[in-house]
Design a protein around this ligand. Sequence first.
Ligand SMILES: Cc1cc2nc3c(=O)[nH]c(=O)nc-3n(C[C@H](O)[C@H](O)[C@H](O)COP(=O)(O)OP(=O)(O)OC[C@H]3O[C@@H](n4cnc5c(N)ncnc54)[C@H](O)[C@@H]3O)c2cc1C
Length: 459
Amino acid sequence: MATHFDAIVIGAGQAGPSLVGRLAAAGRKVAMIERKLFGGTCVNTGCTPTKTMIASAYAAQMARRASSYGVTLSGGVAVDMKAVKARKDAITGRSRGNIESWLRGMQGCTVYTGHARFAAPHEIRVGDELLTADQIFLNVGGRAVVPSLPGVDRISYFTNSNLLDLEEVPDHLVVVGGGYIGVEFAQMFRRFGSKVTIVEKSPVLMQHEDEDVSSAITDILKKEDIYLRTSAECIHFEPRGAQVTVGVSCTEGDPEVVGSHVLLAMGRRPNTDDLGLDKAGVKTDERDYIIVDDQLRTSVEGIWAMGDCNGRGAFTHTAYNDFEIVAANLLDNDPRRVSDRLPVYGLFTDPPLGRVGMTEREVRKSGLPALMGTRPMTKVNRAVEKGESEGFMKVLVDAETKQILGASILGVGGDEAVHCIVDVMYARAPYTTIQRAVHIHPTVSELIPTVLGDLKPLQ
Ligand SMILES: Cc1cc2nc3c(=O)[nH]c(=O)nc-3n(C[C@H](O)[C@H](O)[C@H](O)COP(=O)(O)OP(=O)(O)OC[C@H]3O[C@@H](n4cnc5c(N)ncnc54)[C@H](O)[C@@H]3O)c2cc1C
């Protein structure tokens, strides 16, 4: 016998629980199915634990630099990984527990723990139960890619999920992948005291960023004695006693790096391969992401896909915005769309990178008539006062419409300061709105009007 619901939500990630809350409040009978940890990737193995541990790494780094601020510490700096992990576990555990108890106590919501799979377009099997619903919402997220590189099946490696549970500082962490996740982990573990090498197959780290951004990040990492092996066209693995050999080059330089621990940070893939999507007729693209329209409807009527599994975003804020879009369309008669969203994200190295809109590379490619303003962080009083003046800011403006096209702020507080640009872009206001605004002194944001007052044509 099947149990019928008005709606079934699969995955308690960053969109599902909030949608359950809205649907239940609207009087719908809802089933929430989660197979593992409430809160999904962000809360358990992504944003929250990494940013919590990055805070520990920052504290270690500031302690090492204390004397440059006139602060004397007696004794050296040591990192207690068990205590770092315990702090991380307390913060993630609280967050996970809050989500789970909220859902379990919610009137109109029945929580199922287990792996959900389609049996038919509107039928879901979870354990021994069969559930049916008129509306089904997929929020199944993604997981780390384990590439089929030679030897990978013969070594023990880490992904973002289990590296966060180490209780000792690795002697030598080899991070395979120089993108956002790899770079954050590399700096974090270097600051905990590990030797760190990043192995990246493309010629640069953070290859999706502009060249000046990616090279400034590279310099910051090199200054902390993080080793880089870019253009590693020949990555393979081999166990060597308790260590692992990572082959990096078949032609020049040292052919291999030997590490005590290997982190695979080579991208993410959607959790769509074990959902029985074929039973429902839900279409996916060539990379297994669920195909959705601008309002997140899948190819099957009555089934929606939100968050990382639809390939329309790879962040917590995009997953949450997907919830807002679906809820607005279904419950508020408000036709919100994915295409209304601006690309915005952060890289949480120290200093962080705040990004919005187009990169300089994209602007150049578009052929738009553009103006650009840049300033190094050494011109930001607050950064100098804090002793954290690495990086720079860059803003691109459409010369005709005067609207801001994009910005990159790599520097202390850049992840926060970028939001004054984000908001003006959403308001579709001209850049002069910020240029004429009076910002608080001394802040990082205070230099943005100055940058906008000195724009030059993009050559
Ligand atoms: C190391 C790391 C750091 C990150 N840092 C940031 C950051 O700083 N900022 C940011 O914005 N983003 C960050 N992200 C990305 C962010 O975590 C994800 O974009 C976000 O969690 C996506 O949310 P989601 O709801 O789509 O999926 P998820 O959070 O992955 O949730 C999906 C849920 O579905 C469940 N599930 C899957 N399949 C089934 C099934 N068949 N049956 C039942 N349940 C199922 C899973 O168990 C999971 O709980 C980071 C990611 C990583 C890996």
